[in-house]
Design a protein around this ligand. Structure first.
Ligand code: HEM
Length: 452
């Protein structure tokens, strides 16, 4: 087998927890129904023996805190099957090495930087609006996650790398989706077993990974847009040149870019796409977002202060991530023995924190299945039990770009809805694929209408 094809061996058919859990991910529309029922029936710690692997499902927020914060060093990161996407980037590392890699990049995500980034986010949103204007004229149906992914990738390239996107984002999106959709892994395997032809061939998956590997070098080689000095890309280049961190070599830099171009885009894009779906189904919320934009920044471009004032739009984004958390399950590997609720955790156990379950539990939320952005306004939000809402994870390994993604999505939702009425025209309710991320099955189909 040639080197690129061997990526397919790492798809994790046999080893990846996402694949292993597929027998439990059942339900006509929502594959998480079975896990929700298990959580209600069996409590906070549910060991599941799966062939050669023990998976321990945690459903109680107290236990989330233990794994993410109190005993964080005893539960290490888990990346089976995803190394080709993320390489050896910081998201996959632990301990002192993780810290050495994260430190030089941390300043790029300080909230003080957001005001600097906003003009670049706005430039990307303007490009998207030009595309949407054409789509509104042709009346064609578009898939929204692809639309929002290309927007998120454009925002990252412009704001964090000082580059125009040097790749075709639609092509890259499709390639990597081929790889990350664990349901495809299953179809590869099942068809192998049945001796049939593959739907997604090994060669296709290998080609997808080749395309992906080519993206960071293209970003490095592209001309800077404005030769800005304070960008994430500059910080990464400075880390490579820093003799005190020899671990941060050129390959590390390439892998950090891969990480941002996926971890920083897919999650952001899913959130915005689901928010557009929810606001299409709740036109009163879309109207309130439009009014809030009108009174906050009117006909001028929004600023960082305006972002802070867009409280309702932000509540819609927060509520979207509660209902559809892009990372629906956080996974760790136990490195030491532990006991939780009297149940033994053994070294090597895959420990899965069921974030989606906490987000949808009636114990913590009134009418958890209802879309109620208002629950994020006023005092109620402050009284919430800790660790019941964790779209960005928790503890020291929480998302580096979470706060920034809120700025991106709040501005995008506000501006796009003021000019357009994206109308969801897909199946109702949309099906869900729960793989590494929570994605709409077959995407979210929309028609774009321009408001007069
Ligand atoms: C709605 C948007 C986003 C969501 C829901 C999200 C979610 C998450 C979650 C849950 C984690 C922790 C995973 C774990 O504990 O296993 C994480 C980590 C991470 N995220 Fe995000 N993320 C988002 C946006 C972004 C953005 C915009 C960036 C950067 C441009 C980013 C970069 C990262 C990185 C580098 C890590 C690893 C941090 C570390 O291990 O130190 N994310 N994200």
């Amino acid at each position: 087998m040639t080197a690129p094809v061997s990526h397919v061996d790492q798809l994790g058919e046999e080893s990846s927890i996402w694949f292993k859990l597929t027998p439990l991910l059942k339900g006509p529309n929502n594959p998480l129904t079975v896990l929700m029922q298990m959580a209600a029936r069996y409590g906070g710690v549910i060991p599941v023996n799966m062939a050669s692997q023990r998976v321990v499902l945690l459903t109680d927020p107290e236990h989330f805190k233990r794994v993410l914060v109190t005993k964080a060093d005893d539960y290490i990161k888990y990346f089976d099957g995803l190394k080709p996407i993320f390489g050896k980037s910081m998201i996959t590392n632990d301990g002192a090495l993780w810290q050495k890699i994260r430190m030089p990049q941390q300043p790029a995500f300080h909230p003080d930087m957001f005001a600097e980034y906003i003009p670049y986010f706005l430039a990307a949103i303007r490009s998207k609006m030009e595309i949407w204007q054409k789509l509104s004229q042709t009346g064609e149906t578009v898939e929204m996650v692809e639309q929002t992914w290309t927007l998120a990738a454009d925002m990252i390239c412009k704001a964090l790398f000082d580059r125009e996107m040097p790749f075709n984002p639609h092509f890259v999106f499709k390639c990597v989706k081929t790889y990350t959709d664990v349901m495809n892994h299953k179809s590869i395997r099942l068809k192998k077993v049945a001796g049939e032809e593959f739907e997604i061939t090994e060669e296709n998956a290998a080609k997808a990974m080749e395309t992906w590997a080519g993206v960071p070098p293209e970003v490095f080689a592209a001309d800077p847009r404005e030769a800005r000095e304070r960008t994430l890309l500059k910080m990464i280049e400075a880390a490579v040149a820093d003799p005190t961190i020899p671990e941060f070599d050129q390959q590390q830099a390439v892998d950090e870019l891969k990480q941002y171009l996926w971890a920083g885009t897919e999650t952001t894009a899913l959130t915005l796409a689901w928010a557009l779906y929810l606001t299409s189904k709740h036109p009163e919320a879309a109207e309130r977002i439009r009014r809030e934009g009108e009174t906050t920044y009117g006909d001028r471009e929004p600023t960082a202060a305006d972002y802070s004032a867009l409280a309702y739009t932000r509540a819609v984004i927060q509520e979207t991530m509660r209902i559809y958390p892009p990372i629906w399950m956080l996974i760790r590997v136990a490195s030491k023995p532990d006991v939780i609720e009297g149940k033994e955790i053994r070294p090597g156990d895959r420990v899965a924190l069921f974030a989606y379950g906490a987000h949808h539990s009636a114990k913590f939320w009134e009418n958890p299945e209802e879309f109620m952005p208002e629950r994020w306004l006023g005092d109620a939000a402050k009284k919430r039990k800790p660790y019941t809402y964790l779209p960005f994870g928790g503890g020291k390994r929480s998302c580096i770009g979470g706060a920034m993604s809120q700025v991106e999505n709040v501005l995008a939702l506000s501006i796009l809805l003021r000019r357009f009425r994206p109308e969801y025209v897909g199946a109702e309710p949309p099906g869900i694929n729960a793989t590494v991320t929570l994605t709409p099955k077959g995407g979210l189909q929309f028609k774009i209408r321009e408001l007069s």
